[in-house]
Ligand binder design. Structure first.
Ligand code: OGA
Ligand code: MN
Length: 299
């Protein structure tokens, strides 16, 4: 029996039922999941109360997993698996962090529109986030479809963007929310990297914008001019018609394709209410500029 795919929005987001992510997923079922992800870009799997290990096993079907660095130099970890990024507001003892905790400040950077790991030379292919505890209000996640946004650009704008490369850096995006206290190793491990501004989405062959709060400027342009263009494109791509908002329920697992979407977390009372979310991140195969230029030279 196949999975059921119920679109939730005209462009982005579909609910998937008829699968149990705690059990091994056979190749033919996984192929249906991949096809749905290539089409809808964000998949919601309701009522999938999975363990960290089950999430890791399922995520690995998509490709190799990233391990998350210790950005804030906080040493102690709650989840104890380097493949799981702790997106919660809980400390290593499982208590709500205080308002000045470095990891809380770092995670608030997720409230800016971004795509995961575009600040790594080889960025993310897709991310999987599971909801273990959710706040009573706020804390939704919004997803913007960057393929639909690209399609809606004027022909003149599409020509202007053709071939542009942006510089992305985690230092840039976190400075916007006032977080500058990086573990010194991180500056060495994660220098600024180039990413293409318009890419061809491998899963669908459609063109997509590739944008994020991590993008600081356009390489070869005056910095302020490039910054204005990036801000303008992010504002254009996140208009309501391109955005699906997900209101979390405990047990939801959501997968998004980082190569053709942006997302952001919405505010909640993060020094009072518990929110326990755990992310696995699947690495892409190649840097976006290399992929796009390789494609051009074959064309
Ligand atoms: C993430 C992220 C937003 C949220 O996990 O990559 O950006 O709503 N999360 O927690
Ligand atoms: Mn994210």
């Amino acid at each position: 029996m196949g999975i059921r795919v119920e679109p939730l929005h005209p462009h982005v987001g579909a609910e998937i039922t008829g699968i149990d992510l705690r059990r091994p997923v056979p190749p033919e079922t996984f192929a249906e999941v991949e096809a749905a992800l290539n089409k809808h870009a964000v998949l919601i799997f309701p009522a999938q109360p999975i363990t960290n290990q089950q999430q890791i096993v399922f995520s690995r079907l998509f490709g190799p997993l990233e391990t998350s660095p210790d950005y804030a130099g906080s040493q102690k970890t709650r989840l104890r698996r380097r493949e799981i990024a702790d997106i919660s507001n809980l400390d290593s003892e499982g208590r709500v962090m205080s308002g000045d905790d470095k990891r809380l400040l770092f995670n608030r950077g997720n409230q800016l529109w971004h795509t995961d790991s575009s600040f790594r030379y080889v960025p993310a292919r897709c991310s999987l986030l599971s909801a273990h505890e959710v706040p009573p209000t706020g804390g939704e996640t919004e997803f913007a479809d960057l393929r639909a946004a690209y399609d809606a650009l004027s022909e003149a704008k599409k020509r202007e963007l053709d071939g542009l490369v942006a510089e992305h850096s985690i230092m840039h995006s976190r400075a916007k929310t006032g977080f500058t206290e990086f573990n010194p190793d991180i500056r060495r491990q994660l220098p600024p990297v180039p990413q293409i501004v318009v890419r061809t989405h491998p899963g669908s062959g459609r063109k997509s914008l590739y944008l994020a709060s991590h993008a600081s400027h356009i390489i070869g342009w005056p910095v302020e001019e490039g910054r204005r263009l990036i801000d303008e494109l992010i504002a254009f791509a996140t208009q309501p018609q391109f955005v699906y908002q997900h209101r979390w329920r405990v047990g939801d697992l959501v997968i998004w394709d980082d190569r053709c979407t942006m997302h952001r977390g919405r505010e909640y009372d993060d020094t009072k209410c518990r929110r326990d979310m755990r992310r696995t991140t699947v690495s892409d195969e190649i840097n976006s500029v290399e992929r796009e230029r390789g494609r051009e030279s074959r064309a």
